[in-house]
Design a protein around this ligand. Structure first.
Ligand code: SF4
Length: 355
């Protein structure tokens, strides 16, 4: 069985080359060609000797997921439906979304096929967890759209881990992929431009807090009381607001960093001015910003919030000095066909997806 190289770290590739009887630095060359150069065919790795390339072609492989479909939005966003290898005879597919804008592209990626967390406003929840993605499957969702749009890439790339799955419940694979994304010899993205969104897995947040290399953190709040959050996001019973916000207070932010709180506004459910005032109190003393995401009508039994309620909610937060953004929809026409990713929102070049 050929060895899969996509997803391997530099050290793993060095060890792999040494095991082949090659010098370890060949592994670093493969690492750079694969992640910085996006060369997915050994024949293109022309800084390797021809003999080694021929050997790798026989004994190793670089497998990108198969693109089952591309849905292109009128605003230029492309949603990829990607087939992953079946495990235990269970087929799996995920979505990645590429959203171009003038000075950057934002790529939303999935970390699990399906999800076990069961947020009630999320269609992915209905799938349950199918399986965790490997580091290579996570990275491929970044590399593949970048390569496909290579001719017209903007200078900056943002990645948001907000597609299918709860990233902190696939911690090791997610962080292995993130380290390669954030390595200057790897994909070379800035930590300021990679955001991991969690439903509030406190143990995962505590692990992330200790990482030397880590993405920014976004937390799906979406409620202003435990009662409300228990009803919308059952994970709240395990990690209630007090515990979650305590973990947020302890989270070591870098000087340039704020925690992002995503708040899905569901009409007549969690969108009142009282909710807004409670959110202000919950986030007091945190270096935070809030993304308000008005619900888009869809298959689930929720209503779009009235525009005046959204504005009132925004005003209450802003008046108390909380940076707050209302997300307007991007790629909505492709998402309508999606049925998996719940919401993709982009405003003034910043992106956020509810995961
Ligand atoms: S919103 Fe995210 S964490 Fe919640 S069920 Fe959906 S994919 Fe899972």
């Amino acid at each position: 069985m050929p060895a899969e190289l996509l997803g391997k770290s530099r050290d793993e590739l060095r060890a792999y080359c040494q095991a082949l009887g090659e010098p370890a630095y060949r592994g670093a060359q493969i690492y750079h060609a694969l992640y910085a150069g996006r060369r997915f065919d050994f024949a293109q790795m022309t800084d390797l000797p021809a003999e080694l390339r021929a050997r790798l072609a026989k004994e190793a492989r670089i497998s990108l997921p198969r693109v089952v479909r591309r849905y292109t939005s009128t605003d230029g966003s492309v949603r990829y439906l990607l087939a992953l290898a079946a495990e235990n005879a269970r087929p799996a597919s995920v979505e990645a979304v590429f959203m171009p804008s003038e000075d950057r592209q934002t790529i939303c990626i999935s970390t699990q096929a399906g999800c076990a967390v069961d947020c009630h406003f999320c269609l992915t929840a209905e799938l349950g967890l199918i399986r965790n993605l490997s580091p290579g499957e996570i990275l491929a969702q970044v590399l593949l759209p970048l390569e496909e749009h290579t001719e017209r890439l903007a200078p900056r790339t943002n990645v948001v881990l907000m597609g299918q799955g709860e990233p902190l419940l696939n911690y090791d694979a997610v962080m292995a992929a993130v380290r390669i994304m954030l390595d200057t010899e790897g994909v070379g993205l800035s930590a300021k431009h990679v955001t991991l969104s969690t439903s509030g897995i406190v143990t995962g947040m505590e692990r992330l807090a200790k990482e030397a290399v880590r993405p920014k953190l976004a937390i799906s709040l979406s409620a202003s009381t435990d009662e409300q959050r228990d009803a919308l996001m059952p994970i709240n019973r395990k990690y209630p607001l007090a515990k979650l916000l305590e973990a947020c207070r302890r989270y070591p932010l870098r000087p340039w960093e704020r925690l992002t709180f995503e708040y899905v506004m569901l009409g007549e459910v969690n969108d009142s001015p009282e909710d807004a005032r409670r959110v202000v109190r919950l986030l007091a003393h945190l270096r935070a910003k809030v993304n308000l995401i008005p619900w888009n009508p869809g298959e689930l039994p929720y209503r779009e919030p009235a525009p005046e309620r959204v504005e009132e909610f925004r005003r209450v937060l802003a008046e108390k000095g909380l940076p707050v953004f209302v997300r307007t929809s991007r790629g909505r026409d492709v998402m309508a066909a999606c049925g998996q990713l719940a919401l993709i929102e982009v405003v003034s070049g910043q992106s956020s997806v509810i995961s």
